[in-house]
Ligand binder design. Structure first.
Ligand SMILES: C[S@@+](CC[C@H](N)C(=O)[O-])C[C@H]1O[C@@H](n2cnc3c(N)ncnc32)[C@H](O)[C@@H]1O
Length: 210
């Protein structure tokens, strides 16, 4: 294998192409081999590029990359930032770290904190995406700020209940962020008590500020 060729993992940001960094966009545009979710491929892939859609068949994606890498770099698009819950984990299990280069992107978490103009340097960040974090990680402390990834089961309604059961006061500020960066972006300012009065948000960002 040509040792020079790399798997270049590009973070494409929260969704709207206005939020991808120029270096990432150039890398995607110049790619010979391009991997990404169907939506990202529709947005960014160009005529003549050899593409592979990321589906549940992750081994199929790995095979595509392994077969093309001897010929040229393979560019892999992931949402948000590659360092924050992305295919980068699986790529590192499959390929040597020296074969991987990363171009960072704006995480949906980072974008959400920006939208409510709240610094996140002291925030606890946890993921409810397919998991429940350890009780210790989500326990209430006065002054605590916490950002959360969500999914279909652990959504803005169920997580509000979980936090109340973990000692968070009912009046805690609760920001419910949906479809960040898209035209139909919505950010609801709620409390843990009245969260159920707002539309349920499944794949979004939640922020609590006590
Ligand atoms: C597998 S994680 C990927 C995180 C991604 N690497 C990042 O840095 O944003 C998927 C979760 O990210 C959040 N997410 C990603 N894009 C989003 C967006 N545009 N608006 C709101 N939440 C988003 C949702 O919680 C979703 O379930």
């Amino acid at each position: 294998m040509d040792k020079q060729n790399k798997i270049i993992v590009v973070g494409i940001g929260p969704g709207n192409p206005d939020y991808i960094v120029p270096k990432g966009l150039k890398t995607i545009q110049n790619a010979r081999y391009l991997v990404g979710g169907k939506r990202a491929l529709t947005e960014f892939a160009q005529a003549g590029q050899d593409t592979c859609a990321i589906t549940a068949d992750i081994q199929g994606v790995m095979a595509f990359i392994r077969n093309r890498l001897p010929q040229a770099d393979v560019v892999v698009m992931v949402s948000g930032d590659p360092g924050y819950y992305s295919l980068l984990d699986a790529l590192r299990r499959e390929f040597a770290p020296e074969q991987i280069a990363v171009i960072p992107g704006i995480s949906s978490m980072q974008y959400a904190f920006a939208k409510i103009a709240l610094p996140w340097h002291d925030a606890a960040l946890v993921s409810f995406h397919g998991r429940v974090p350890e009780a210790e990680a989500i326990k209430y402390q006065p002054g605590k700020i916490m950002g959360m990834l969500t999914d279909r089961n652990y959504n803005s309604h169920t997580i509000a209940k979980i936090l109340r059961n973990n000692g968070w006061p009912e009046e805690t500020e609760f920001y419910i962020c949906s479809r960040l960066s898209y035209e139909d972006e919505a950010i609801y300012t709620a409390t843990l008590q009245n969260a159920a009065d707002f539309p349920v948000v499944t794949h979004g960002i939640l922020i609590v500020k006590s």
